[in-house]
Write a new protein. Structure first.
Length: 248
C-alpha cells in the first residue's frame, strides 16, 4: 500500500459530499457502465477493501480523531508537506511556472519556518496549497481517462491515474526516510480525514460502490480543470458540483 495512493483517496471527501448533495441513487447491481468494463472484479476488490477498512482502519482512525485538534493538524501539515514536491513537479510538467515557483516557496517556508512542515506558515504568506498529481498532468497532455479501476488496498483509480501512484510515491519525502511508522501514520491520517465522507456515503447511497466511483470521477474532473470544469463536464443531475464544492 503506497502513501500516495492512500493520500489520493482524500480527494473523495469533497466528491462524496457533492454526490450526496446531488441526491445520487443507484441500485446494487452491475451497471454496465462503458467506463467501468471491469466492474465485476472492481466490486470484488471494493468489498475486500471495505472489510479491511471496517476491521482495521476505521477503528484506528476513530482513536486518532480523539487526539487534540492542534496535534492532529500538525501531523497532517507535516505529512502534506512531505508530499508537496509532487505538486510542484506536476505544476512544472503542466507549464504552470508561476504556481510552481509559489509551490516551491511554500515547501521551503513550511519546511524551515514551519519546523519540518508541522505548521503551515505559507498560507499566511499568501502561498495557498494546490493539488496537482501526475494523473492530472496526463489529462492536461490529452491522455484519455481510460477504464475505472478499484485496486485492492489502494482503492479508486483509472488507467490514466495509475502511473500517478508511482510518481507520487517517488516524489514523497517519506519514501526516502525509510520510516515505517510515518507511513502508517499517513495511512491513519488519510482515513481519519475520510471519516465524515464515508458516513455520508453510508447514509445516502443505495449502492456505495457506484456512489464512490462517481464521486471519484467528478472530483478528478474538478481537479483537472483547477476548480472550473466546463459546464458539460457532468451529467445533468450533477450540474451543481462546482457550486457545492466551492461552498466547502
Amino acid at each position: 500500500m503506497t502513501v500516495h495512493a492512500l493520500r489520493g483517496l482524500r480527494a473523495l471527501v469533497v466528491g462524496t459530499i457533492v454526490v450526496a448533495g446531488s441526491g445520487c441513487t443507484t441500485t446494487a447491481m452491475i451497471t454496465d457502465d462503458p467506463r467501468d468494463p471491469w466492474e465485476g472484479t472492481n466490486r470484488t476488490f471494493y468489498a475486500f477493501n471495505d472489510v479491511i477498512d471496517q476491521a482495521v482502519l476505521a477503528p484506528v482512525a476513530d482513536l486518532y480523531l480523539k487526539l487534540p485538534d492542534g496535534l492532529r493538524n500538525s501531523i497532517h501539515n507535516f505529512l502534506d508537506n512531505a508530499a508537496y514536491p509532487g505538486t510542484v513537479l506536476n505544476q512544472l510538467l503542466q507549464a504552470k511556472f508561476e504556481p510552481a515557483m509559489e509551490g516551491t516557496a511554500r515547501f521551503v517556508f513550511n519546511t524551515t519556518l514551519g519546523i519540518g512542515g508541522l505548521f503551515d506558515v505559507s498560507t499566511g504568506f499568501g502561498l495557498e496549497r494546490r493539488d496537482e498529481d501526475f494523473g492530472q498532468t496526463l489529462a492536461v497532455w490529452g491522455v484519455d481517462e481510460g477504464n475505472y479501476i478499484n485496486y485492492p488496498l489502494l482503492g479508486p483509480s483509472t488507467v490514466r491515474d495509475t502511473p500517478g501512484i508511482v510518481v507520487g510515491t517517488l516524489t514523497n519525502v517519506l519514501t526516502y526516510v525509510a520510516a515505517l511508522p510515518l507511513t502508517l501514520l499517513d495511512i491513519v491520517d488519510t482515513r481519519a480525514n475520510l471519516a465524515s465522507a464515508m458516513k455520508i456515503r453510508d447514509e445516502y447511497a443505495f449502492d456505495p460502490y457506484v456512489f464512490t466511483r462517481e464521486a471519484y470521477r467528478q472530483r478528478r474532473t474538478y481537479l483537472i480543470h483547477d476548480g472550473n470544469p466546463p459546464v458539460d463536464a457532468f451529467d445533468e443531475d450533477d450540474e451543481d458540483l462546482e457550486e457545492v464544492t466551492a461552498a466547502l
